[in-house]
Design a binder for this molecule. Sequence first.
Ligand SMILES: Nc1nc2c(c(=O)[nH]1)N[C@H]1C(S)=C(S)[C@@H](COP(=O)(O)OP(=O)(O)OC[C@H]3O[C@@H](n4cnc5c(N)ncnc54)[C@H](O)[C@@H]3O)O[C@H]1N2
Ligand code: MOO
Length: 408
Amino acid sequence: MTDCCSTPGVLTLEQALTQILQTLQQTDRYERVSLKDSLNRITYEDIKSSVDVPSFRNSSMDGYAIRTGDQQGHSLKVIGVSWAGKPFTKKVAKGECIRIFTGAYVPGDCDCVVMQENVHRTGEQIQITQQPKHGENIRNIGDDTKKNQAILNKGKLLKPADIGLLAACGIADISVFKQLTVGFFSTGDELISIGQQAQLGQIFDSNRYTLQALLEQAGVTPIDLGVIPDNRLAVEEALVSASKNCDLIITTGGVSVGEADFIAEVLAKIGTVNLWKIAIKPGKPLVFGTIGEAAFFGLPGNPVSVMVTFQQIVLPALHKIMGRAPQTSVNLQAKTTEIIKKQPGRTEFQRGFVENKDGELLVHSTGGQGSHMLSSMSKANCLIVLEQSASDIEKGQYVTIQLLENTL
Ligand SMILES: Nc1nc2c(c(=O)[nH]1)N[C@H]1C(S)=C(S)[C@@H](COP(=O)(O)OP(=O)(O)OC[C@H]3O[C@@H](n4cnc5c(N)ncnc54)[C@H](O)[C@@H]3O)O[C@H]1N2
Ligand code: MOO
């Protein structure tokens, strides 16, 4: 569809994402890992608990376990102690109670724990000073997790709470999707490595460092394939070789329309070009396709374009292949503290800093928005998302923001 803002042949971000995700298949490779090695891995199957958690009724307070009917004002005899790990299992008769500590087994005769602050103790007798409620301060069997209940679904990215939950259920190892292997290289005759002396016209290759970090954060195995010069044959050889060992390949640079930009041309020769150019800023000339079994993303060379396209496009693609359940992105609304310049035509991602001022989210730009400017990206804790048809935004208007991973 062509409207006021679209360029014929250039897909919107949503169209491009739909097309990319439809092309990619979820991997079916998996492995068993121990719980200790499972952080940031993705579950390969639904995981059920074979036990109730808690597996026995226990106290949530230090105090006295009593029987219903032994009410406020009554005097009760303390006949024993239930410690966490050392249960009291004998009978508790009417008019009796036991001393109990947090996490300790509650004997079957008792149905309430009175916290010690609400009790007067004299020798082996207690007086309850506040009306106890039936079931009070007792954690019941299975109130956290029930036996045979699915505690984690397939496709769950494992975070510390999930690992703790599995441990609480006594699960020692689990099946997770195999980690993806992602090969990446930079292209460009102007690139030198850190440590080399820059001549006029040369720059340090920053994209490889950014990508290594982004890929590590994404929980895949990155393979740094170095810098490849602007030479068709060299690029072709590097891509063919990478496609044999990698699930996904990322290059940066060489996707625009200059004389030395031939990534899309080489891709068409050795694989398939599925799409080229998306109506986003930065990142417009992104190319996506496949080489053999491997998925391929040719990202634009500009360093901020690399970061934005990685976050908006490569990451959802990686999630699809690595088996992660689809995510709903959490967008917030924040009030802009300044005018934001914007031309209609592309969905724009501007670098911003959001803060909470007296309960209101305020966002301001972190500086120059050129796609070569990493300094404003480094200062940003969010991206300001401006829709394709939007033009300049007035100060005080609400805009959509996406928090960056480093903020969370
Ligand atoms: N006539 C046109 N020129 C350009 C267009 C266009 O539509 N018509 N699009 C512009 C846009 S938007 C982008 S984005 C860039 C993308 O260009 P390429 O992907 O071909 O990238 P290069 O030209 O190779 O590099 C762009 C820029 O980034 C620097 N760069 C490249 N690699 C690295 C690296 N590894 N580390 C740090 N910096 C890198 C490179 O030196 C250039 O400055 O094209 C526009 N041009
Ligand atoms: O689309 Mo480019 O990435 O704006 O600089």
